[in-house]
Design a protein around this ligand. Structure first.
Ligand SMILES: Cc1cc2nc3c(=O)[nH]c(=O)nc-3n(C[C@H](O)[C@H](O)[C@H](O)COP(=O)(O)O)c2cc1C
Length: 308
């Protein structure tokens, strides 16, 4: 009899099934590839599919929260690697002192190369490297206004329009400042006020406006992090299905150097290396140090509540 209940005791699918193919990709993509075969070149179509995964994954109300840099230039990738490596001689931020080097105790550290006692991230040395950059392009489409109603892209991104004009609401002269604006700008500001008032915000009260902005910014941050997570998941799984190894890195020690290198205005959110696994080499062996094998942690169990 066909059993359509959600509860399954054995998550492992049968051999040679589509489920098994996916099962393997899921498990493979959970782990980090720390070395790559750089003698090979990734086909353009594979890069295109991976870029599609990064840019066409779902986000709440289809808002774009980041830019994606897709890099195959070896010199640039090497410099990205340096940006993710703690340099003990650099400033506390770029040396990792304020993060990992301060956390790990010298001498009893198996999470970082012993002689240096700071972590390295060779997973960013892939044949293709993606860098996700924070980016806001939330502008409310004011050109789509209909009548007197404000049609916002969505209730959260609207906060950026509020931030732009909030200076007009401050002080005793707020009303006259708005009255003196050029016609179109005045119309826009009045529409923003209208939309805020409909949401119960007292625009001329600093606390009320601050509360509104903080709350909506928190929602935007949540939406952005979720969108990034989904995009990374899409990239990870697609890359695994194409046969590549992957590795994420949020330990971006020298953020400003990376920003300069890629001409980024926004902050770097994560770097991801994707590429060919080296034949016969353990995935945890450091790209440049055969004698260093990265440790791994067992995946913590995630409880599933089946409701049948
Ligand atoms: C969002 C995200 C960020 C990560 N950042 C880092 C990082 O900065 N450095 C690192 O060595 N590993 C990083 N990892 C790798 C995880 O720690 C890794 O997935 C986990 O250790 C399991 O893989 P493993 O079996 O290869 O260790 C990151 C993974 C994810 C999903």
């Amino acid at each position: 009899m066909f059993d359509n209940s959600a509860e399954v005791l054995d998550l492992r699918p049968k051999k040679d099934t589509k489920n098994m193919e996916l099962f393997k990709s899921i498990h493979k993509s959970q782990h980090v590839q720390r070395n790559f075969d750089l003698s090979k070149k990734m086909p353009e179509q594979d890069i295109a599919t991976i870029v599609t995964a990064a840019t066409q994954s779902p986000s709440k109300q289809n808002v774009a929260h980041f830019k994606v840099h897709a890099i195959t230039n070896r010199e640039v990738i090497e410099e990205i690697y340096e940006c993710t490596t703690c340099d003990p001689d650099s400033s506390p931020e770029a040396s990792g002192l304020s993060y990992a080097r301060g956390f790990y105790k010298p001498g009893d550290n198996d999470l970082a190369p012993k002689e240096a006692n700071y972590p390295e991230n060779p997973q960013v040395l892939g044949n293709l490297v993606l860098v996700f950059e924070e980016s806001e392009n939330y502008h409310t489409p004011w050109d789509k206004l209909e009548g007197d109603r404000t049609h916002c892209a969505n209730p959260q991104t609207f906060v950026t329009s509020v931030e732009e004009v909030r200076h007009l609401f401050e002080g005793n002269t707020a009303m006259s400042k708005i009255a003196e604006l050029p016609k179109d700008e005045k119309k826009r500001v009045l529409q923003i006020i209208d939309a805020l008032e409909r949401q119960g915000v007292d625009v001329y009260n600093k606390d009320s406006l601050d509360k509104y902005i903080t709350k909506n910014r928190e929602i935007l941050t949540r939406d952005r992090n979720q969108a990034l997570g989904i995009a990374l998941g899409y990239v990870n799984l697609s890359s695994a299905q194409l046969g590549y190894g992957t590795g994420c890195c949020t330990c971006i020690m020298d953020q400003s150097r990376l920003q300069k290198l890629l001409g980024m205005e926004g902050g770097p959110m994560i770097v991801m290396g994707i590429g060919y696994k080296q034949e016969g080499k353990n995935r945890r062996v450091h790209q440049y140090r055969d004698d260093f094998v990265f440790p791994t942690r067992k995946k913590q169990e995630i409880e599933v509540n089946y409701v049948n």
